[in-house]
Design a binder for this molecule. Structure first.
Ligand code: P1T
Length: 379
């Protein structure tokens, strides 16, 4: 089945009792049993819920995976992966990543005895150099948040296999429309569904997709035992969002290109970070592993001054200044003080994240209106 057909049909079935086309919101915490243990496959909604089951099946199908698990947030999904580790284990992570991912690694799991190495992953030799017999997980975001670095998933999977480690790829910026990490050798595809997958800035959720049966046993155990599961109404909203994922992503990519090209020729703009440019250091890898280049763009103004960036952010009318990304509406952000404030300034500088960087999530409005907004804000 092709992607657009899967986005609409995969995992979902008309309701067996009424024929309802849309997956019902099973707003129930529990399920009647005929006799103890004699039930219809559902006992308690932290463990299973029919709305969640259909979403998990749809997510697995879109990512070309066997199994999907949904969580109350992207961070709850990431937390579930971290539960696979034990004290003494080591993780190699990209050095440019979402601030919350860095925070859970360094503030929650490092104190429990897990060691994290943050390395630039443009060159896999830097990753290989950090591998030890204790390496259990390689953590990749691609494109990275917020610098839009591209990491070669197939090459990372070779290193992970040599090391006997799992490879997890946070695919939040790409979605399975642009890139399917499991097809490229990753073990786990990680999502903040809050972003493009739900697509309408109206819900917070996360997911994991993978193939391995042992991982299913372990991850679904932690999903239930730790309890970071989503409610059925949120699952319904993501299911509805997925039905237009392909259409939205097409427009995000078209508008992303128009905005990136506008910014690149603007005399007040110093640098634009967008993997669709041939001049991007890993454009060839992006062209190989992605089907298009997405709608996330970061840029810095000439002079590299934080106050100039703040002035532009305050002037935007359509690019609303807000945390998050991937909704139909365009958003702008200042990573150093917002999404990435939990990364110490020294570490941010080391990974190349300037305090004057502006991040844009280009929405699906008319591109001309978006460019007019950039023109009036940058001046
Ligand atoms: O916000 P939540 O659904 O818990 O997802 C966390 C998360 C995980 N991975 C990536 C790549 C992310 O970007 C995020 C959340 N990011 C933002 C809120 C942001 O504005 O960048």
């Amino acid at each position: 089945m092709k992607f657009a057909t899967k986005a609409i049909h995969a995992g979902v079935h008309p309701d067996p009792t009424t024929g309802a086309i849309m997956t019902p919101i099973y707003q129930t915490s529990t399920y009647a049993q005929r006799s103890p243990g004699d039930n219809k496959g559902y006992e308690y909604s932290r463990t299973h819920n029919p709305t969640r089951t259909q979403l998990q099946d749809a997510l697995a199908a879109l990512d070309n995976g066997q199994h999907g698990l949904a969580f109350a947030s992207g961070m709850a999904a990431i937390d579930c992966v971290m539960h696979l580790l034990k004290p003494g284990d080591e993780v190699i992570s990209t050095d440019d990543l979402y601030g919350g991912s860095y925070r859970i690694m360094t503030k929650v799991y490092e104190p429990l005895g897990i060691k994290f190495h943050f390395v630039p992953m443009g060159d896999m030799e830097a990753v290989r150099a950090k591998v030890t017999p204790k390496t259990k997980l390689i953590w990749v975001e691609t494109p990275t948040n917020p610098l839009l670095n591209i990491i070669d998933i197939a090459a990372a999977s070779v290193v992970a296999k040599e090391a006997g480690a799992l490879l997890a790829v946070d695919n939040t910026f790409s979605t399975p429309y642009l890139q399917t990490p499991l097809d490229l050798g990753a073990d786990i595809s990680v999502y903040s569904l809050t972003k493009y997958m739900a697509g309408h800035s109206d819900t917070v959720m996360g997911a994991l997709v993978f193939n391995d049966a042992t991982l299913l046993e372990r991850l679904s155990f932690y999903q239930n035992a730790c309890g970071g599961t989503p409610g059925p109404q949120d699952c319904f909203l993501v299911l509805r969002g997925l039905k237009t994922l392909h259409l939205r992503m097409q427009r995000h990519c078209e508008n992303g290109r128009a905005v990136a090209e506008y910014l690149r020729q603007h005399p007040k703009v110093e640098k634009v970070y967008w993997p669709g440019f041939e001049s991007h250091p890993n454009h060839a890898v992006a062209a190989k592993q992605m089907r298009d280049f997405g709608g996330m763009i970061s840029f810095v103004l000439k002079g590299d001054k934080q106050e100039d960036a703040i002035a532009v952010l305050e002037k935007f009318e359509l690019f609303t200044l807000a945390e998050s990304l991937g909704g139909v509406e365009s958003l702008s952000g200042h990573p150093a003080t917002m999404t990435h404030a939990s990364i110490p300034a020294e570490q941010r500088r080391k990974s190349g994240l300037s305090d004057s960087l502006i991040r844009l999530s280009v929405g699906i409005e008319d591109a001309e209106d978006l460019i007019d907004d950039l023109a009036q804000a940058i001046g």
